[in-house]
Design a protein around this ligand. Structure first.
Ligand SMILES: *Cc1c(COP(=O)(O)O)cnc(C)c1O
Length: 398
């Protein structure tokens, strides 16, 4: 048997050849942070930090066991009640991350003999949950509800049907057509699961997310989210009926066989939820900042799509040019490059995210920096023309 390091080095070399090696960035805080998912700035809010400290002092650094054994704490129960209230559901259940919520919930709900319909741009945690379930998976093209309808209409001998979608798509920043998907759910007696990692705390009048904004909150059977984005903390959750939660407590392996969330993260999320409820002006400021940044990026000629979310992709094309651009923008602005397999081939991009705590001066500085680096590298025209760039030559390819 060859040495483990020799074998692994081969795979890593292959990736490097494709310009796709992933490396951990140097741990720094950007001068203006346009790369994180901390949309409301709550991870640095003194009230949220204070709540994390108090929950730690009251409960300890860790929760010491699975929720079903020694790890069930008041702060978990309180947080679940607050999440159910936000999502207007009977109940909610915490997981250690959004990823764990997805891979815990989907296989607990569907299996062999069942059918899942999944948007092609769904987050990796949904894809993995679908695979783990061993249900048949049909992938419809992005937001193509007609295609999803045809798949449902053509189904044969299927027990359960589950429609899964991101609420806000994490790399494109657009939103799912939940009104139409909710109609499909009704029409075909399917179940609807929405991963609203990026909508929770951001969209909707109460900050309940994409489904609230679309007016179909009551049609979402499985409302998934994370505490690690707009809520600035850490952990994931599923909200839904009392029965759903009871079922997940009994059947979600990532819930049953994992230690309960750390008191600090649950305490922080609880404080963040209170701010989401009490300070709707943060959501308004976030939306204004997102509109302002979209407009400013367009003003320097970039092809920015319409949108209402704080995620603004700047599509460049080739993976290597994107990483070169990001290297210039990362330390000061935290802007990261995203490439395959996270996004489809030829659509590598800078993923720019805006926060409620930015002001126009911050955003102007970032736009100037992007403009400057594109000019210096001589790539501006290519981006303008909507071409991708050949990673070998840095020249445009149609
Ligand atoms: C970030 C993200 C997740 C995972 O949430 P974590 O709490 O970070 O594990 C799930 N779904 C989507 C759409 C995400 O963007």
């Amino acid at each position: 048997m060859p040495d483990i390091n020799v074998v692994l080095a081969g795979g890593l070399r292959d990736r490097q050849g494709l310009g796709l090696t992933r490396r951990l960035p140097t741990p720094t805080r950007a001068h203006v942070d346009l790369g994180s998912n901390d949309y409301l700035g709550l991870s640095a809010d003194p009230r949220v930090i204070d709540a994390a400290c108090k929950a730690t002092i009251a409960n300890g650094a860790g929760s010491t066991g699975s929720r079903l054994v020694s790890g069930n704490l008041d702060v978990h129960v309180e947080l679940e009640a607050a999440l159910a209230k936000l999502k207007q559901t009977e109940s909610a259940l915490l997981f250690n991350s959004g990823y764990q919520a997805a891979i815990g919930a989907i296989p607990a709900l569907v299996g062999p003999g069942d059918l899942i319909l999944s948007d092609e741009l769904n987050h990796a945690c949904l894809i993995d949950g679908c695979r783990m379930s061993k249900a048949a998976v049909k992938v419809y093209s992005h937001n193509n509800v007609d295609e999803a309808r045809a798949m449902l209409a053509g189904r044969r001998n299927v027990r359960r049907c589950l429609i899964v979608t991101d609420g806000v798509f994490s790399m494109d920043g657009d939103v799912a057509d939940l009104a139409s998907l909710a109609q499909l759910r009704d029409e075909f007696d399917a179940w609807l699961m929405v991963d609203d990692a990026h909508g929770t705390g951001v969209l909707g009048k109460a900050g309940a997310g994409t489904a609230e904004a679309a007016g179909v909150g009551s049609k979402v059977d499985i409302a998934m989210g994370t505490l690690s984005k707009a809520l600035g903390a850490s952990g994931g959750f599923i909200a839904g009926s009392q029965r759903l939660i009871e079922h997940l407590i009994n059947n979600s392996r990532s819930f049953v066989y994992s230690t309960g969330p750390a008191p600090a993260s649950s305490g922080a999320a609880l404080a963040a939820l209170k701010i989401v409820k009490d300070e709707p002006e943060r959501r308004i400021q976030l939306r204004n900042n997102a509109d302002y940044l979209r407009k400013s990026l367009r003003a320097i000629g970039l092809p920015i799509t319409n949108g209402s979310t704080p995620i603004i992709p700047v599509i460049i094309g080739g993976a290597e040019p994107v990483m070169k651009l990001a290297a210039e923008l990362q330390s000061q602005f935290g802007i990261v490059g995203i490439r395959p397999p996270t996004v489809p081939e030829g659509t590598s991009r800078l993923r720019v995210t805006v926060k409620a705590t930015h002001n126009e001066i911050d955003l102007d500085q970032a736009v100037d920096a992007i403009d400057d680096v594109l000019r210096r590298f001589g790539w501006r025209q290519y981006v303008l023309d909507g071409f991708g760039l050949d990673p070998e030559t840095d020249h445009a390819v149609a």
